[in-house]
Design a protein around this ligand. Structure first.
Ligand code: PRP
Ligand code: MN
Ligand code: MG
Length: 185
């Protein structure tokens, strides 16, 4: 049986680096939202690992909700069209919302989501993104809580998938070229 690690070409962000960055951001957020009623909105599916680690590192009690959005389909290229696969179950009118994302690539998903949550009447909408690919940015998005900048390589792990797989890897990595071969865009 092939081990998930045997498909990795090289690691970009280690498990330890992810943990320490998440702890650092969680300390800031706990301070910034002290005394407020914070709602974390995680963008499924990719943000699920980040949400879990991040929410447990917070020292304040928060609410969580989920929105499932897709811009990538099964391939490695963004389609640019955002599809809501599943909506929030919370009325966010007047709420302080913090969007939790695994990665900002073109910025299309986040730009659309920030606009959507503001239109619904949120009191404030901020963003925590664990990863960003600055070289791929197409639209401007204000990410208040930032993690790591990474180069323009197709990465998997800690929530990020290739063809829905590898989300369960505990670090951020680039797969071997032969694994990406035969992808359907
Ligand atoms: C990925 C990633 C972000 C988005 C970033 O999600 O998790 O949500 O793409 O890309 P963008 O900045 O170019 O919009 P994807 O659409 O693959 O869905 P998933 O989270 O279910 O994997
Ligand atoms: Mn996503
Ligand atoms: Mg994806």
């Amino acid at each position: 049986i092939a081990d998930i690690k045997s498909d990795i070409d090289h690691e970009l962000v280690s498990k330890e680096q992810i943990e320490s960055k998440i702890e650092e951001v969680a300390a800031r957020v706990s301070k910034d939202y002290q005394g407020k009623s914070l709602l974390l909105v995680a963008v499924l599916k990719g943000a699920v690992n980040t949400l879990t680690a991040f929410s447990q590192a917070l020292s304040i009690p928060v609410e969580m909700d989920f929105m499932s959005l897709s811009s990538y389909g099964l391939g490695t290229t963004s389609t640019g069209t955002i599809t809501i696969r599943q909506d929030l179950s919370t009325d966010i009118t007047g709420r302080d919302v913090l969007i939790v994302e695994d990665i900002v690539d073109s910025g299309n998903t986040l730009k659309w989501l920030v606009g959507d949550l503001k239109r619904r009447g949120a009191a404030s909408v901020e963003v925590f993104a664990l990863l960003e690919k600055p070289s791929r940015r197409e639209v401007e998005v204000d990410v208040k809580y930032r993690g790591y900048d990474i180069p323009d390589e197709f990465v998997v792990g800690f929530g990020l998938d290739f063809g829905e797989k590898y989300r369960n890897l505990d670090s951020i990595a680039v797969l071997k070229p032969e694994v990406y071969q035969g992808e359907q865009v």
